[in-house]
Design a protein around this ligand. Structure first.
Ligand code: AMP
Ligand code: ZN
Length: 432
């Protein structure tokens, strides 16, 4: 059941003792980096004064902006000759940020991914198709090495080329896939076009869904369409990448691997901790990184902690689904909305197809929100009354979820551009 039983099921006191030991080491290492040396001295923080895990709060947060300003070497605490790989965030806005990894870093990260995949039931007999972009993005190589170490057969098909993906699944007996949820939905169109039934004609049994926010309704839709079990996988390149938090076979929240990361949840406005169960911004501290450890890194991702122990026996705390990034939120007619709320409402309606986009505009009547929704092929009939009825149902379902009334446009299946990477759900034309 467990990849590393001792660590995964360690009593909390032991886990916290391990965290403290690793934190001492990490903070000592970090003080060798130009950035932290300066930060510590500005904050009057002395690494040797760290006595308990609570003392971590005396260290200031590290932000994305700090990482940008420290590009490329100011966070590095080993010589470049000790580094073996560089990864970067997939972010499309702002200046690029990079993370350097030593061989030890890659090994530790790989173990976390093997552990995560093993917890869902993946085994050496599985054939694993990794449909994520390979390269600077961490979803490709991270899972690749983890699955190899687990002992599965890895097909590094990478992102895109949908027909070839299906060809491989069908002819090489793929049983496990790693896929971006929006792509999992749009790939269904290619399955239909190829006349291949994702439930009957391929042998898939597990999917890892990650890299972007997605709702429980989307998970169910993927599970039903493909006939498999889907597990939520979370990570960010600043904390290595995937393998920060992962669902176990219980599918009830994601275990944060607390031997490798210290998790804090804070109020994004005040920086103060929020109680368990309450939503806040996730803040992570590396505990096992050699090349470039980050302390109290503000992820911008919003979620909450499930404090109850998991029936699987793992003692590492679980987090909820990620609601989105603080910066994903948009404000329309004074109401705060996350794209994930729209996604959740839409995916609960069976007639809704596999893609949608939210368009924000401003005219003389103020801000307008339009949700353009592809209709499921089976429901896209010429029956105008049925379509008008569906449009009204979508509008009222959305209104009750986001508290503003959107305009709803129904579109033919496959009329919106399909994405192979993270989906861009919002087109905000208000600034133009
Ligand atoms: P990157 O730094 O390019 O690896 O992107 C990491 C970001 O992707 C995270 O900070 C999250 O905003 C998002 N992300 C990754 N996995 C998930 C997930 N399972 N659910 C929601 N968002 C995710
Ligand atoms: Zn569990």
């Amino acid at each position: 059941m467990y990849w590393q039983k001792d660590i995964e099921t360690a009593p909390r006191e032991d886990l916290e003792r391990l965290q403290l030991e690793r934190l001492w080491h990490t903070v000592a290492m970090a003080s060798g980096a130009d950035f932290y040396r300066q930060r510590f001295s500005e904050a009057g923080f002395q690494p040797q004064s760290l006595r308990s895990l609570d003392d971590l709060r005396r260290i200031p947060f590290t932000t994305k902006e700090d990482l940008r300003s420290g590009f490329p070497y100011r966070f590095l605490c080993v010589g470049l000759e000790q580094c073996v790989r560089l990864h970067s965030s997939s972010g499309t806005t702002g200046r690029i940020t990079v993370i350097f990894h030593t061989q030890g870093d890659i090994d530790n990260w790989t173990e976390l991914l093997s552990r995560s995949m093993y917890a869902t039931g993946m085994r050496t007999s599985d054939v694993f198709q990794n449909m994520m972009s390979y390269g600077l993005f961490t979803g490709g190589l991270g899972f690749h090495y983890g699955a190899e170490r687990l002992g599965a057969l890895v097909l590094p098909t990478a992102a895109g080329n949908s027909k070839r993906q299906i060809f491989f699944m069908k002819n090489l007996g793929t049983t496990v896939i790693h896929i971006i949820p929006s792509y999992a939905l749009s790939l269904l169109n290619t399955f239909a076009g190829e006349g291949v039934d994702p439930k009957e004609d391929v042998a898939l049994r597990i999917a890892f869904l990650g890299a972007e926010p997605h709702s429980e309704a989307t998970r169910r839709k993927v599970e039903e369409a493909y006939g498999l079990e889907a597990f939520n996988s979370y990570g960010l390149s600043e904390m290595n990448g995937p393998g920060v938090a992962f669902e176990c076979a219980r599918k009830a929240g994601m275990h944060v691997w607390e031997d490798a990361y210290i998790l804090e949840v804070i109020d994004p406005a005040t920086g103060e901790p929020v109680p368990d169960g309450e939503e806040g911004e996730l803040v992570f501290t590396n505990l096992t990184r050699e090349g470039m450890p980050l302390l109290r890194y503000r992820s911008r991702d919003l979620a909450s902690v499930y404090p109850e122990p998991c029936p699987c026996g793992r003692t590492h705390r679980r987090i909820s689904r990620i609601k989105g990034r603080v910066d994903d939120m948009f404000i329309i007619k004074g109401v705060n909305v996350f794209p994930m709320q729209v996604e959740k409402a839409l995916m609960e309606i069976p007639e809704v197809g596999n893609n949608f986009v939210i368009v924000l505009e401003r005219n003389d009547r103020g801000d307008q929100i339009t949700v353009k929704v592809e209709v499921n092929p089976a429901s896209f009939t010429g029956d105008v009354r049925a379509l008008t009825h569906l449009q009204e149902r979508i509008r009222s379902r959305l209104r009750s979820e986001i508290l503003v009334t959107p305009k709803v446009e129904l579109l033919e299946p496959q009329s919106l551009p399909a994405t192979e990477g993270k989906a861009v759900r919002v087109r905000d034309n208000r600034e133009l």
